[in-house]
Design a protein around this ligand. Structure first.
Ligand code: BGC
Length: 277
């Protein structure tokens, strides 16, 4: 378990009666966020793309602990599949209160070598996927309105961005462009729907140890180099992000609208300037 029931209890956040959809939740940050939301009492739809088994295993962990969860396969870049996964969520739990648009991938290449397919694949999942899911969520939140006693908001959307929405990243222009896009998607949407009490925010993780960066994090030399970029001196853990997502999903952050919360150990502080410049 990533963020255990005790740790969630200590945060004193309750999401009982609320329903959350977390995309890309079969592993990494998505799985940790799904587990934390479930531990706080939310019913969780664990979306996955291709890894049904770990998604099912996560669902079992949640239900074994007394929570409610289902697994739902869908490619977030496909309009029809997104509609289907939202319908599944409603069928299972009757409503939706929280969307964590988390699915994301990297297809790294030097700029001149980057194929159109590598570009499109990343934009399709990381940016179009977040658009399609957020649109479906807004439509559902509008149908529901504010449900007194459940949450002060009519719905909460959390976009999973990255420090690379602000830090340029050579060799990863597709990824950085997608996350830069997420920033203005999130803020423009937040501005558009705030009056309806729909809260839209983002989380920008730095280097969190997951499969997406295991090649770097698990290699002692590359890890050493990576740590030079992190003033706080450690690689992030999934629960560092899960705690932030839990807070953003709850009424504890009710006045937080259109903000990106950086969870990065200070990666955005230009650490190379400590003894330089
Ligand atoms: C990327 C990781 C990387 C981190 C910091 C994330 O958005 O997915 O691969 O380690 O940013 O550079």
């Amino acid at each position: 378990m990533n963020l255990n029931a005790k740790a969630v209890e200590a945060m004193d956040i309750k999401l009982n009666g609320q329903v959350a959809l977390v995309t890309g939740a079969s592993s990494g940050i998505g799985a940790g966020v799904a587990e934390a939301l479930a531990a706080a009492g939310a019913a969780v739809v664990v979306n996955y793309h291709s890894q049904a088994e770990p998604a099912q295993a996560l669902v079992h962990r949640i239900t074994d602990a007394g929570g409610r969860a289902i697994a739902a396969g869908a490619d977030v870049g496909d309009e029809g599949e997104v509609e289907r996964v939202f319908a599944q969520a409603l069928d299972a739990f009757g409503r939706l209160d929280i969307l964590v648009a988390n699915s994301g991938l990297q297809r790294d290449a030097a700029f001149a070598d980057m194929t159109l397919q590598q570009w499109n694949e990343v934009l399709q999942t990381n940016l179009t996927g977040q658009f399609l899911c957020a649109r479906a969520a807004v439509r559902q939140f509008r149908r529901q309105g504010v449900c007194e006693g459940l949450s002060r908001a009519a719905g909460k959307i959390i976009h999973m961005s990255s420090v690379h929405e602000v830090i340029p990243w050579a060799g990863h222009v597709n990824y950085a462009a997608s996350k830069g896009g997420v920033n203005l998607l999130m803020r423009s949407l937040a501005q558009e729907v705030a009056a309806e009490r729909i809260r839209v925010n983002a989380i920008a993780p730095g280097a969190i140890a997951t499969a997406i960066n295991s090649e770097v994090v698990d290699d002692p030399q590359r890890r050493e180099e990576l740590l030079k970029l992190i003033p706080y001196g450690r690689v992030g853990e999934v629960e560092d992000v899960a705690r932030a997502a839990l807070w953003l999903a709850s009424d504890a952050s009710d006045y937080v609208v259109g903000t990106t919360l950086f969870i990065d150990g200070g990666m955005c502080l230009y650490p190379a300037f400590r003894d330089n410049g």
